[in-house]
Each structure stands twice: as C-alpha cells, then as structure tokens.
Design a protein around this ligand. Structure first.
Ligand code: AMP
Ligand code: ZN
Length: 460
C-alpha cells in the first residue's frame, strides 16, 4: 500500500483513489514567459516519480498539467517584444516540452492552456457570484475569503488574520498575506476576453480550478506542486472550487521542497538559477540532472552544487556500465547469491517508494544488489541466466527511475566474440593482441572502455 504525506492532514496516509485502480493527478505547470529552471524541474521530476511509481504499482494514471499562458509576466514579455501572447508563449511551451523529453518526464495526458479554457473559468466565477462567494469591484471580480469558513485549512493560516474586503489582484503574492483574491481582472493591458462577466482576463488561481475539474472531475485524487504553491495558490484553489461545487476538491495534496543554491531557493527573481539548456550546453548529461533531482527525498531540501552534479554523473555512468557489463557474462555457472539479491532489491525498492516515495531507501536496495553482483562478477561467477535476470530487473525498475541507457544497438555475433577474445587476451597479459582487437573494433566504430564493472562499449 502506498503511503503519501498529505499537506492537508499533515500526516502520511494510505493512498486510496476515488475510483478503484485509477489515480487522477493534477500538477501545476509552468508559466511560459521564459525557460523553466532546474528548480522548477525539481518539482516536475518529483511529479514524474509519483506518476511512474503509481503506474508501476498497477494504477492507471490520468494526469493533467496546466500551462499558464496568460498572467502579468507573459503579457509584459509579449508586449516588450511586440508579439501576440500566443506567438510569445508558443516558443516557451515548445522549449518546455523539449526539456521534459530531455529529462525523460512522462507526458501528461492533458497539457491544457489557460487561454483555451476561458469559458470554463467564466462558468465557475458565475457560480461563485450566484452563491454569494464573489463580488464585483469596478470591473474586476474577487473571491471573499471571509465567506468561506474553512479558508486556511491547507496552509494552516490563522483565520483571525483575515481582514474582510482587503484585496490583492496581482499575479504574484507575498506569503502570509491573507486577502480577497481576484477571480477576474478588468481589461487593462489590452489583453482581454469578451465574456458574460465583461471584458477582462482570469486571475491565476481560477485557471487551475477550471482545468483540473474539467479533466479530472469536481473531486479528484492528487494535486501537487512545490511548497511555494501551498499558499496562496492552492489554498485559493480549494476555496473557490469547494465554494462553487459544494464538494471536496482534492483528497491528497503533495508538495516538494525547493531546490536551493547556497541554501536559498533557486528562482528567477534571485538570479541564482540554471536552465536545463545552460547545463546541457556546458556538456552535462540530462540523465545525470534527472538523477540528481530524483535521488533526494522530495520533501527534503536539496542544495544544488557543481560537485553534486559531478557525483550524479558518476553514479549514472557506473550504473549504466554495470547494466552493460551483464552482456559479457558468458558462463553457464550459477551463483546462488544473485536471485535472492534481486528479490531483496525489489522488496526494498517497493518498501521505500511505498513509504511516501522514500527514494533513498529504494535506491539503497539496488546499490546493494550491484555490490553483491560485482563481487560475483570479479570472480566470473555470474552466469548468462542470472545476468539476464539482473538486466530485466534493472529494466523493470527503470519504468520508474528512467536512468538507463538502453538505446544502444546490439552487437553482432562477430563483434561480441571479438570483445570476449580481447578480454581473454588481457587476462593472459597479451596486450599486443588486446590492442589489435581494440583497433579492429574501432575501425567498426565501436569504442571500448574498461571499467571496474567490466568492459563497456558504445558505437560512435
Ligand atoms: P512557476 O513557473 O514559478 O509557477 O513554478 C512552476 C513549479 O515549479 C511550481 O510547482 C513551483 O512550486 C516549482 N518551483 C519553483 N521554484 C522551485 C525550486 N527552486 N525548487 C523546487 N520547485 C520549484
Ligand atoms: Zn496551479
């Protein structure tokens, strides 16, 4: 049974979806005024782990990630470049999707754009006006938080702080600032929709209520984001959705801690960020970046340093070398330690991830298996069958981790024999012959690398 830490109840709870076997998952997506930085990607990698592990555990996942393509920043950016909002945001949406692919993030079932869901937002706002939860001020419409008694339940905000009628209508919010928030903003910067509510544009929070409920229903299972989303964004989503429908909006709220730099949140405004492209242009491996973001528990802070990236790079390289070394286990011998070690690794992997995605525990099981296998490997004791079992176990869990390099094309029989022959020559200290074979393979565009886990090859 998967246990998840729920920000709403402040405790770990067993995950039980509303509909047997199906998990409805909503993740707050990017505001597309610029490239996402790897701090943002910490949140998306955590959500990817959750998505993949739910699938590994047998759930069908229905996932929505919104694209915020209208807000103060996108409007300002498009106007500065003299472009339409769509033209401006399209570029960043494509870049975001490319970055997601580089980090092997699963594509959500729906990636809805806010600007394509204005009627759905209008309909919720109309309901809130009818029910008396919303009011007009000039040509804008606000949600009255004093009308919603359980306001503050997610972020544990003290209700005595609520000052009725104090409004905020910018898209960015100071933490702990409890005010009525804008559902609909009057026409200002020449970006508007003509609707039953008048000319204007939606506030940020209403976007996520409209898009999540459209695709997942008025009540659904899991809603995620970074901890900075808890207040006011998610608190406001709960208030306006539950006020409109009279139903519980979301059962499980999950939030990841921030990616830090020198112990400060990585953010655009602080200027202490790296985009994924910056790091790739410097020659870093996207899978190592994925691993770095993945391998710390999502609720623990993670401090980004160059050293941690180099370490992640080495781990991913060694992990893949070990995986490939399994191709060179030729003997028919059997080592009795391998199968129990695989079973143990699988057990620890699931026990760890079942425990609120405890990735460190899950990975420790795998590294113990590798340690056991390496001991057997140096003795030449892993047989063909056991090597195949190890490979298929690593492939199985790679549906969750997605760090294996499985794209290599298989070797031909002749090439495989040459590599084995070279291994024997090296063992016999016949380095002349070993080098000749290495050159022969090089001519076939196969490069060899001798690692502590055996000889690794790649095609150039
Ligand atoms: P934004 O585009 O600012 O709305 O952020 C998109 C997602 O990234 C949200 O879920 C944020 O909570 C998350 N986020 C932003 N900065 C960080 C960070 N430094 N570490 C982890 N998550 C972050
Ligand atoms: Zn959101």
């Amino acid at each position: 049974m998967i246990q998840l830490y729920n920000t709403l109840t402040k405790k770990k709870e067993p995950f039980k979806p509303l509909k047997d076997g199906v998990a409805g998952l909503y993740t707050c997506g990017p505001t597309v005024y610029d490239l996402a930085h790897i701090g943002n990607f910490r949140a998306y990698v955590f959500e990817d782990l959750l998505h993949r592990y739910l699938e590994y555990s047998g759930f069908k996942v229905l996932r929505v990630m919104n694209i915020t393509d209208v807000d103060d920043k996108t409007i300002k950016g498009s106007q500065a470049e003299g472009k339409s909002l769509t033209e401006y945001t399209d570029r960043y949406i494509s870049a975001f999707i490319e970055d997601m692919e580089q980090l092997r993030l699963k594509k959500p079932d729906y990636l809805p754009r806010a600007t394509e869901h204005i009627p759905e937002m209008v309909s919720i706002i109309k309901k809130l006006l009818e029910k008396g939860y919303a009011y007009r001020k000039d040509d804008s419409i606000y949600f009255s938080i004093s009308k919603f008694p359980s306001y503050g339940k997610l972020a544990s905000i003290d209700l005595s702080e609520i000052k009725p009628g104090v409004r905020v209508d910018v898209d960015e919010y100071e933490k702990e600032d409890v005010r009525d928030f804008a559902l609909w903003k009057e026409e200002k910067e020449n970006v508007f929709w003509d609707t039953e509510l008048g000319r204007g544009r939606p506030g940020w929070h209403i976007e996520c209520s409209a898009m999540s409920m459209k695709y997942l229903g008025e009540s659904f299972d899991i809603h995620t984001g970074g901890v900075d989303n808890i207040f006011p964004h998610h608190e406001n989503e709960i208030a306006q959705s539950e006020a409109a429908t009279g139903k519980k909006f979301v059962n499980y709220w999950l939030h990841c801690s921030h990616l830090l730099v020198n112990n400060e949140k990585m953010s655009k405004s602080k200027g202490n960020f790296h985009t994924l492209r910056d790091l790739l242009n410097k020659g870093h491996n996207p899978i190592a970046i994925r691993y770095l973001l993945l391998s710390t528990h999502y609720r623990d802070p993670l401090n980004f340093t160059d050293k941690s990236l180099v370490q992640a790079e080495n781990t991913v390289k060694n992990y893949n070398a070990f995986y490939q070394a399994m191709d060179f286990c030729k003997t028919e011998k059997e080592d009795n330690s391998i199968r129990p070690a695989i079973e143990k690794a699988r057990k620890v992997f699931t026990e760890g991830l079942n425990e609120d995605l405890n990735i460190s525990l899950a990975l420790s099981g795998i590294f113990n298996l590798i340690k056991t296998a390496n001991i057997a490997l140096t003795d030449g004791a892993i047989g063909v069958k056991e090597a195949a079992d190890i490979k298929s176990f690593l492939e199985e869990i790679d549906s969750v981790l997605a760090i294996l390099d499985t794209e290599k094309t298989e070797l031909t029989e002749e090439e495989r024999n040459l590599i084995t022959e070279r291994g024997s020559a090296r063992k016999d200290k016949n380095f002349k012959k070993a080098d000749e074979i290495r050159d022969k393979l090089k001519a076939k565009k196969i490069i060899l690398e001798d690692t502590p886990y055996g000889t690794r090859w790649k095609r150039t």
